[in-house]
Design a protein around this ligand. Structure first.
Ligand code: SF4
Length: 341
């Protein structure tokens, strides 16, 4: 929903301002997804808004897939221009659901193991196209089981910091108490290492969480896996993360997709250790090891016991390390699998 456009329409037509508040509350607090659900508005106003604005939300669901064990729900949305994006609700703890949001149609970073990257970038999403994913998913969850969205992660399609302005505006809408009102500590943004974005985020959103997708701790391998590394090599990201930690005193989440025979050998934990220690002490990091999810490429995930050995080696070096449970891989809704097809 584009509140600014609706406000202009109201001004042009001398519609009282309190009507705008009714729409704002209905959408951001009650998660209305259709003009007809906003019963506080007179029927003729609902009809003229539908005629002027079209649908209330800028996205419409094309397909909703539920994982076999019901711990992930993937939404495929169609945008007004026909492009498709995906978002995923994940049941991370009993009664706690996190929503993974997309920020771009496709992605220019083209990480070697990611389905989104294979498509290249089509376009950025607007703030409303990002927040409308939240409204739709929140309404779906409310009707499904009465739960509220507990947290939001910007880890879906796209590199969030390559669409910084829209992402920043979406975070403001999601966290403003007058609008959606989710706590800032419940918002995480994941970057593949966009240095100006990390710096801007530290200034503007020091209470939100930052995740950095490392995937390799040497520049040669990392540039193969995450081509953005050629523009912002590891040393530049390290400096930006150092400054981020100094400014926010917050932990950084390190994401590491495990690819068998590529970045999962026994020598890698030492390299990760050396690199992260150039940034800060272990207490400022949590390392999340993510088993590679199939995207049709040449990669495979290491066997679970190999991942545990890798985890143990990092733990011995003093790091807090988790192995991420992949939710939604049977519906192509897990990390790296979103393609918007
Ligand atoms: S992993 Fe993220 S940054 Fe890399 S191509 Fe996929 S969406 Fe883009």
């Amino acid at each position: 929903m584009n509140l600014v456009r609706i406000e202009n329409f109201f001004k042009e037509n001398s519609i009282p301002a309190f009507r705008l508040n009714q729409i704002r509350d209905a959408v951001y607090k009650q998660y209305a997804t259709d003009w007809e659900e906003i019963k506080t508005l007179p029927a003729d106003l609902r009809a003229s808004l539908a005629e002027k604005e079209g649908r209330l939300l800028s996205i419409s669901p094309e397909e909703i897939l539920v994982s076999q064990n019901h711990d992930a729900i993937k939404f495929c949305f169609r945008l007004r221009d026909g492009h498709k994006i995906e978002g995923v609700l994940m049941n991370i703890l009993p009664e706690k659901w996190a929503l993974c949001l997309s920020t771009q149609v496709g992605c220019a970073v083209r990480c070697a193991f990611c389905a989104t990257g294979k498509r290249g970038l089509r376009r950025n999403l607007s703030p409303e196209e990002i927040t409308d994913q939240f409204i739709f998913a929140a309404d779906h969850l409310k009707k499904l089981n009465g739960c509220k969205i507990h947290s939001v992660v910007f880890m879906g399609m796209g590199e969030p910091f390559l669409n910084y302005n829209s992402v920043a505006e979406a975070i403001r809408i999601i966290t403003s108490p007058e609008l959606i009102g989710l706590g800032r500590r419940h918002v995480s943004v994941s970057t593949s290492g966009h240095v100006p974005g990390i710096r801007a985020f530290a200034k503007e959103f020091p209470q939100c969480n930052l995740a950095f997708s490392l995937h390799a701790a040497d520049d040669v391998l990392r540039t193969d896996l995450v081509p953005l590394n050629a523009r912002y090599p590891l040393s530049q990201v390290a400096k930006a993360l150092q400054d981020y930690i100094a400014a926010t005193h917050r932990k950084v989440f390190i994401e590491y997709v495990m690819l068998d025979g590529v970045n999962s050998s026994r020598s890698m934990p030492d390299k990760i250790n050396d690199y992260l220690r150039t940034i800060s002490a272990p207490k400022y990091f949590t390392i999340n090891l993510i088993p590679y999810n199939r995207t049709g490429g040449p990669f495979r995930a290491p066997a679970p016991e190999r991942m545990q050995i890798f985890q143990g080696l990092l733990q011995e070096l003093g790091w807090e390390v988790t192995i991420r449970k992949s939710l939604g891989d049977d519906i192509a809704g897990a990390c790296g699998q979103l393609a918007g097809r």
